[in-house]
Design a binder for this molecule. Structure first.
Ligand code: A2P
Length: 342
């Protein structure tokens, strides 16, 4: 059986990865339709020897589609995911628009695949830092019972989209030529800098991104009592987020067993050999499906605590890959019905 698949936001940073991953993972597609804003309608997108004409994402565009993966920002998702669902097209949404909606499952296939069964036409994909953090924390939670964690993120500019990647590259080029740098995607120069501000600030002093890490982790893990305090930081890295985590568990932790459960988890790769200077880094985990976990040690400040360092390609596990894995789950568990059999 093959499916008619749409990508909403096909011209964007995540959209481009979706085109690649759907093909690379041989997703059963009868047709792929690339959608974006009216500004891009008529543009041609090429992947290897194939090319597509981009179409405007309108409600009617979903009439003939079975699955649509959205990565075009919250307002586009708010408007168009319900239109897709109404037309019998399952929307897999990368934006934060529906993640905390109790009627919408928020799914990481390695963690809570069963949640997808209750979908009513929309399935949410988690925030990028949350997905990457959980690839290290989930196997430890299963073994030791996660109580609370603190984390500092080191988030790549691609998390802010294709224009943000171009801004970092332009600033580096300008610096090399001795020219002034300009900023529009970020509030400050990002080259040679760190910006401790991702998404908008809330009254409690945390940002929306930091709230997402707590609230989405609770929903995905089915653990409403989980506590977390995070600081999300944008760094001048093109691709792959890194997260320094200090986690406290209900039960005593054993370091050898902690390393073992991480290495056995399908979403993680243990890279933890400090004697040989081996630890995960963004350059090594760009374009990798698994997230790297290393620098594991007994935490010196917490009871039953572990300190660890997690790195993952947020365009993949934090966005496009997780969305394609959800689409694969829909197919495998017969949670989507093609409108026409091809
Ligand atoms: P467009 O290129 O036509 O603006 P990124 O996250 O890399 O910034 O990409 C955002 C993606 O979301 C782009 O593909 C962009 O298309 C798409 N997009 C933005 N606004 C809309 C909209 N109103 N309808 C559909 N797609 C949109």
């Amino acid at each position: 059986m093959s499916y008619r698949v749409g990508i909403v936001g096909a011209t964007g940073a995540v959209g481009q990865e979706l085109i690649d991953l759907l093909h690379r993972r041989n997703f059963p597609m009868a047709e792929l339709v690339l959608l974006a804003s009216s500004r891009s309608a008529g543009k041609t997108i090429t992947w290897q020897d194939k090319s597509w004409t981009v179409q405007e994402a309108t409600p009617e565009a979903f009439d003939d589609l079975d699955i649509a993966i959205f990565s075009a920002g919250g307002s586009t998702s708010t408007d168009l995911c319900p239109e897709a669902a109404k037309r019998g097209c399952v929307a897999v949404d990368n934006s934060s628009a529906f993640r905390m909606d109790p009627t919408v499952p928020l799914v990481v296939p390695e963690i809570n695949p069963a949640a997808a069964r209750s979908h009513q036409g929309i399935i949410a994909n988690p925030n990028c830092s949350t997905a990457v953090a959980l690839m290290g924390l989930y196997p430890l939670h299963r073994e030791f019972g996660l109580k609370r964690f603190t984390a500092a993120t080191y988030q790549a500019v691609s998390g802010a989209g294709a224009a943000a990647m171009a801004e970092l590259e332009d600033q580096l080029r300008a610096w090399a030529k001795g020219e002034p740098m300009t900023s529009s995607e970020f509030p400050y120069q990002i080259a040679f800098n760190l910006i401790p501000h991702v998404d908008v600030f809330y009254d409690d002093g945390y940002t929306k991104e930091e709230h997402k890490m707590l609230n989405e982790s609770r929903k995905i893990l089915g653990h409403p009592e989980l506590r977390a305090s995070t600081t999300c930081v944008r760094v001048p890295v093109l691709r792959a987020h890194s997260i320094a985590v200090n986690a406290e568990f209900e039960r005593p932790v054993d370091l050898a067993r902690a390393r073992e459960v991480v290495s056995l988890f399908e979403g993680a790769e243990l890279v933890d050999d400090t004697a040989s200077k081996r630890y995960p880094m963004p350059l090594d985990f760009s374009g990798k499906e698994k997230c790297g976990v290393g620098r594991m040690r007994i935490d010196s400040a917490l009871d039953n605590g572990l300190a660890l360092w997690i790195v993952g390609d947020q365009l993949w596990k934090g966005a496009a890959l997780n969305a394609v894995q959800i689409a694969e789950l829909l197919v495998a568990d017969k949670l989507v019905t093609p409108k026409t059999t091809v």
